[in-house]
Design a protein around this ligand. Structure first.
Ligand code: K1U
Ligand code: ZN
Length: 185
């Protein structure tokens, strides 16, 4: 939540379940948010709590089963104060020709990491927690993370940028881990 801003109701924040592959909802295109209201802010608060608990550095609403164009993120380094960020209806306005390669992971594809090529810098337009319209440039980890999260809004996972073999292996690994977890329970 934005510092100094209190949630208007007394409802506590809640952890939500993070969907994992091959859940079909992860392939769905998320819909535009029409109104930035307290219900949406409650969703974003829950998403941030869920992301911190995972732990992760970003989360798209569809990963908690809500196919709306909403992303939360916190790229603060260890020891730094939290820097929660909210991106509603994000759009990429330009992409650099320069490409950067970085290792990515995904809470919906647990324990799988691989390198992905993406434009090094992008222009962004989005609405923030209060619905204000923002434009900014992203580079480094912000650029990687926002492109990864915006892919989620279009039903694309980072493993979709890998070879068919790597993608199939990743899904098989997650399925096996889920089966093993069920047996142990
Ligand atoms: O599932 C997600 O979309 C979140 C994902 C975001 C991301 C990570 C790396 C590159 C691009 C996008 C994660 O947060 S995976 C977990 C992770 O990166 C991490 C976890 C704990 C500490 C530091 C990083
Ligand atoms: Zn992801």
């Amino acid at each position: 939540m934005t510092p100094g801003r209190l949630r208007p109701t007394s409802t506590a924040m809640a952890l939500r379940e993070i969907l994992t592959v091959p859940n079909p909802l992860l392939k769905k295109t998320s819909t535009k948010v029409e109104k930035v209201d307290d219900e949406l802010r409650a969703l974003m608060d829950d998403m941030l709590e869920t992301m911190y608990a995972a732990p992760g550095i970003g989360l798209a609403a569809v990963q908690v089963g809500v196919p709306k164009r909403v992303i939360v993120m916190d790229l603060a380094r260890e020891g730094e104060p939290p820097q929660p960020r909210h991106f509603i209806n994000p759009e990429i306005t330009w992409r650099s020709d320069e490409i950067a390669v970085r290792e990515e992971g995904c809470l919906s594809v647990p324990d799988v990491y691989d390198e992905v090529e993406r434009p090094a810098r992008v222009g962004l337009r989005y609405q923030d927690y209060d619905g204000a319209h923002i434009e900014e440039e992203a580079e480094g980890l912000l650029s990687v993370c926002i492109q990864h999260e915006m892919d989620h809004l279009d039903g694309v996972l980072f493993i979709d940028h890998l070879s068919r073999l790597k993608r199939d292996r990743a899904v098989a690994k997650v399925k096996k881990a889920a089966r093993d977890g069920e047996k142990a329970a």
